[in-house]
Design a protein around this ligand. Structure first.
Ligand SMILES: *[C@@H]1O[C@H](CO)[C@@H](O)[C@H](O)[C@H]1NC(C)=O
Ligand SMILES: *[C@@H]1O[C@H](CO)[C@@H](O)[C@H](O)[C@H]1NC(C)=O
Ligand SMILES: *[C@@H]1O[C@H](CO)[C@@H](O)[C@H](O)[C@H]1NC(C)=O
Ligand SMILES: *[C@@H]1O[C@H](CO)[C@@H](O)[C@H](O)[C@H]1NC(C)=O
Ligand SMILES: *[C@@H]1O[C@H](CO)[C@@H](O)[C@H](O)[C@H]1NC(C)=O
Ligand SMILES: *[C@@H]1O[C@H](CO)[C@@H](O)[C@H](O)[C@H]1NC(C)=O
Ligand SMILES: *[C@@H]1O[C@H](CO)[C@@H](O)[C@H](O)[C@H]1NC(C)=O
Ligand SMILES: *[C@@H]1O[C@H](CO)[C@@H](O)[C@H](O)[C@H]1NC(C)=O
Ligand SMILES: *[C@@H]1O[C@H](CO)[C@@H](O)[C@H](O)[C@H]1NC(C)=O
Ligand SMILES: *[C@@H]1O[C@H](CO)[C@@H](O)[C@H](O)[C@H]1NC(C)=O
Ligand SMILES: *[C@@H]1O[C@H](CO)[C@@H](O)[C@H](O)[C@H]1NC(C)=O
Ligand SMILES: *[C@@H]1O[C@H](CO)[C@@H](O)[C@H](O)[C@H]1NC(C)=O
Length: 383
């Protein structure tokens, strides 16, 4: 009797302990709203086995509603019959390195999406985290958001947060520019034959002028030689530094691909300027770093230009004497995004961006292609 009693209570203790911290697969399969995720993971037993064996991770687990949204899109088809590498890449992008039950103090968390085929960011592609009141929002490629729903769930290797949308792997710069309706920049890169260079240079920061920024100096653009245009565009690229907004400090000088530095000013209000141009949409994650959308084109011939004094609503043009064009420069024959939402919904976007930048951000709807879901690499792999 005594032995039996002991054994039972020991057993009960073991069961209780197991319930307190289940392993990952047990945890996921016990959540009805994660049944779709569980089904998909079962299709990739090797990956799931590895995932379940990891310690010190945070899994962002899209719920069934998130998959329903996704499957409504053309990208959804890729999930059910797609390439294992691509799909495991997408899952890897949902795994944060480190255990974060509370993400309030995190900003740009590294994920297990590390192969250069999908991301050229040291330490793994990042997800941006915005904690606002009780809502924790993750921002992924093309400013695609997902919000945490419910409590964090513990498992033996870390913690799971259930999210209401599937994250998007950050894409290359040119595709991102097109999809965000930064079509003048996309066209200018094509004109100067810089698309390949910009899409493949690892670990970089890209200051991308809005369409209005190019239009404002329209008269100065048609007469530029290819060398001059190349100097201007490469002056917008900081090679070797991924300057997420939380790393941009007042007074920082960043060396550009052109060779000359740009100067960062952070005003008291938190507004960020690069030389005289204002960042209107910060932190658009791309395959090889980060894009900040700016409201004026930078000029390497005018590199000493600084932020306007006071907390200015907008930046200052850097091309003296240039007048505006009625058409958006460089956009003839350039691919257009299909549908947009207002950019004020982009976390961190300034009020000025909605009125003066006028960039539109595409809605993540059924129009989104498989290439958009899996990043630029999908184009190469012909998914
Ligand atoms: C499964 O979920 C139920 C209710 O949500 C909970 O009571 C139970 O402890 C869970 N089981 C495990 C093994 O986590
Ligand atoms: C996803 O979950 C829903 C229930 O919410 C279910 O009807 C559907 O069959 C599931 N799909 C897959 C692929 O598991
Ligand atoms: C997590 O990051 C650390 C460095 O901070 C690295 O050593 C480790 O390999 C990473 N973990 C995974 C699973 O990639
Ligand atoms: C967990 O991962 C985080 C981020 O990589 C690291 O800072 C921390 O030291 C790790 N903790 C343990 C116990 O490995
Ligand atoms: C998360 O951390 C922040 C800051 O450290 C704290 O204010 C907040 O109460 C924490 N939230 C939870 C749910 O623990
Ligand atoms: C990463 O860089 C390598 C080498 O430049 C390149 O081949 C690869 O396409 C890049 N990956 C992405 C996702 O852009
Ligand atoms: C956060 O949640 C708590 C309790 O769930 C609630 O009392 C509070 O009003 C919420 N705050 C916000 C900003 O939504
Ligand atoms: C996440 O929450 C924000 C505001 O809290 C909202 O604008 C956004 O649409 C939400 N995204 C999703 C995918 O639920
Ligand atoms: C999860 O684990 C943390 C620390 O390990 C603990 O503080 C928290 O209460 C646990 N949450 C649940 C729901 O068990
Ligand atoms: C551009 O070139 C055209 C023709 O060569 C000339 O008429 C025009 O004044 C030039 N514009 C500027 C801003 O230099
Ligand atoms: C970018 O920087 C790296 C390391 O400093 C260098 O090897 C590479 O040549 C640079 N790329 C370009 C296009 O200048
Ligand atoms: C893209 O921006 C241009 C102006 O810069 C605007 O006319 C056009 O409507 C925008 N396209 C979309 C799809 O929002």
């Amino acid at each position: 009797m005594l032995f039996k009693g002991l054994t039972l209570s020991a057993l009960a203790g073991a069961v209780l302990a197991q319930q307190a911290t289940p392993d990952l697969v047990t945890l996921l399969s016990n959540q009805t709203e994660l049944s779709n995720l569980t089904s998909y993971l079962q299709l990739f037993p090797d990956f799931t086995g590895q995932l379940g064996g990891l310690q010190n991770i945070t899994l962002l687990a899209p719920n069934n509603a998130a998959f329903a949204n996704l499957l409504n899109s053309s990208a959804g088809a890729a999930l059910t019959n797609g390439d294992t590498d691509l799909i495991t890449a997408l899952f890897s992008y949902h795994v944060i390195n480190g255990t974060f039950a509370n993400l309030t103090e995190q900003k740009f968390v590294p994920t297990l999406l590390q192969p250069p085929q999908f991301a050229n960011v040291t330490g793994g592609q990042r997800i941006a985290v915005y904690a606002d009141g009780n809502v924790t929002t993750f921002v992924s490629g093309l400013l695609t958001t997902a919000n945490v729903t419910g409590e964090a769930l513990n498992f033996t290797g870390g913690v799971v947060h259930i999210i209401d949308n599937v994250l998007l792997i950050p894409q290359n710069v040119s595709e991102t520019a097109t999809q965000l309706n930064l079509t003048a920049a996309a066209g200018a890169l094509t004109t100067a034959d810089l698309v390949e260079a910009v899409d493949h240079i690892p670990e970089s920061t890209f200051f991308v002028p809005s369409n209005e920024a190019f239009a404002r100096i329209g008269s100065a653009l048609p007469n530029l030689t290819t060398e001059e245009l190349t100097s201007i565009l490469t002056y917008h690229v900081v090679n070797g530094t991924v300057g997420y907004s939380n790393l941009l400090e007042n007074g920082t000088q960043l060396p550009t691909l052109e060779g000359t530095n740009v100067t960062i000013t952070v005003e008291e209000s938190g507004s960020v300027f690069v030389n005289g141009a204002k960042v209107v949409i910060p932190d658009v994650l791309v395959a090889n770093g980060v894009v900040h959308v700016i409201d004026n084109v930078l000029n390497p011939e005018n590199s000493t230009q600084t932020a306007p004094s006071g907390d200015s609503e907008s930046g200052t043009p850097a091309f003296e004497g240039a007048s505006s064009a009625s058409d958006i420069p460089f956009t003839s024959g350039v691919a257009q995004p299909t549908s947009t939402i207002a950019t004020e919904s982009a976390p961190g976007a300034t009020a000025a961006s909605s009125s003066s930048a006028g960039a539109g951000v595409p809605m993540q709807t059924g129009a989104m292609g498989a290439a958009a879901l899996f990043g630029g690499a999908a184009l190469v792999l012909n998914l």
